[in-house]
Design a protein around this ligand. Structure first.
Ligand code: PLP
Length: 386
């Protein structure tokens, strides 16, 4: 039996079409900043990708800034120096959702004393009343950073509502759309976020690509994070990773074209998986079950079965899954997302994330549910024998 990959929120397999674009582009010689024909050919690849990424979120092409990944896009957006409607402003504070990815929690260029956390309720949804009172108490403009979809639980935040509230207080809204892009409709104009941050490798592009997408070119971070040459309209210096950007563009275009159909299929599969997990292991708890979630994400906990042990047992049985909170050392650490939701410690420490993607089949998930049941029984047997 082959291995089954159920960790699409960590990274999605590279799309064959994106790889083909990259291989073709790698063969080109030419610095996109050069004036000659070779340079112009390289620049034209970037322009095509810019158009494709803009299309994914209904932005204008000139508002897409390519970066080395979402982490860099986030660090660029989270700065106290913004130009708002063309005017230089000093942003007083960063108000950051408690369940954000570590890249956002790190706060970008805001000093620690200028950052505040915004709480969520037990379902993982931002407390809008608390946001409103923080906004009322904070000198404008502040910057609010809230994600569209959580990478561990898949919980979706009401982005348009948050954007309206933030703007009513004269503040800026930056939204980490890494997990949402290509999985749910994302229209920067309709959502009203001032900036969206995207990652190429979550939608079938190469790792090490990302973008900061602005709603309006006149409301933008005032200082590049990486200064030097005038690449990316002066907003991100350094010779562009042309082939990687081209691959990101191809993946973005495909993700946009397939989104509706794949999301509907994955939602059906995810519902089947959750029913099956609870049928086989009645003590299993699906976290965030009763709120809007990404169609591809299930976080399941089993009180008393440590996530690290479950992950290892499932890995040995051929399943690639994560605890939402695996850190770069490869160890499993306690989830700040589940902590912020107030999930009981022993349940939180057992939570694992199953994330599906376009290649996932019903058979994969039925086999996973069977593997989960076996691992759970084995852990319980060991615990009761001890
Ligand atoms: N934000 C979220 C919600 C993520 O899931 C990730 C990656 O896991 C990131 C940001 C960082 O993205 P990148 O790997 O492109 O730096």
């Amino acid at each position: 039996m082959g291995r089954i990959y159920l960790d699409w929120n960590a990274t999605a397999p590279l799309r064959a079409e994106a790889m083909a674009t990259m291989v073709e582009t790698l063969a080109l010689t030419g610095n996109p900043s050069s004036i000659h024909a070779e340079g112009r050919a390289a620049l034209s690849r970037i322009d095509t990708a810019r158009c494709e990424v803009a299309g994914l979120v209904n932005a204008s092409e000139a508002a897409v800034i390519f970066t080395s990944g979402a982490t860099e896009a986030i660090a660029t957006a989270l700065t106290p120096h913004w130009r708002i409607a063309g005017e230089m402003k000093l942003v007083s504070r960063a108000l950051i959702g408690a369940t954000e990815h570590a890249a956002v929690l790190a706060g970008g260029r805001f000093p620690e004393g200028a950052r505040e956390r915004l709480g969520v309720d037990v379902r993982g949804l931002l407390d809008l009343a608390a946001l409103e009172s923080r906004l009322a108490a904070t000198p404008a403009p502040a910057l609010v950073a809230v994600q569209a979809a959580n990478n561990e639980t898949g919980v979706l935040q009401p982005i348009a509502e948050i954007a309206a509230l933030v703007h009513a207080h004269g503040c800026i809204f930056a939204c980490d759309a890494v997990q949402a892009a290509g999985r749910m409709p994302l229209d920067i104009m309709a959502l009203g976020a001032d900036a969206l941050m995207l990652s190429g490798h979550k939608l079938g592009g190469p790792q090490g690509t990302g973008a900061l997408v602005l709603r309006s070119e006149t409301t933008a971070p005032a200082q590049a994070l990486i200064a030097g040459g005038g690449q990316e309209m002066g907003r991100r210096a350094g010779t562009e990773a042309v082939a990687a950007i081209a691959g990101f563009g191809t993946a973005a275009e495909l993700a946009a074209a397939e989104r509706g159909e794949i999301a509907a299929r994955l939602l059906g599969l995810r519902q089947m998986l959750e029913t099956e997990l609870v049928r086989r292991v009645p003590d299993a708890v699906i976290l965030g079950r009763n709120v809007p979630r990404l169609p591809n994400t299930t976080m399941v906990g089993l009180d008393g079965a440590p996530a690290a042990t479950l992950l290892m047992a499932l890995d040995l049985s051929g399943f690639a899954i994560s605890s939402g909170s695996a850190c770069s050392s490869g160890k499993v650490k306690r989830s700040h997302v589940l902590d912020a939701m107030g999930i009981e410690r022993s349940l939180a420490e057992s939570a694992i994330r199953v994330s599906l993607g376009r290649d996932t089949s019903e058979t994969d998930l039925l086999r996973f549910a069977e593997g989960f049941e076996k691992a759970a029984k084995c852990l319980y047997r060991r615990a009761s024998a001890a």
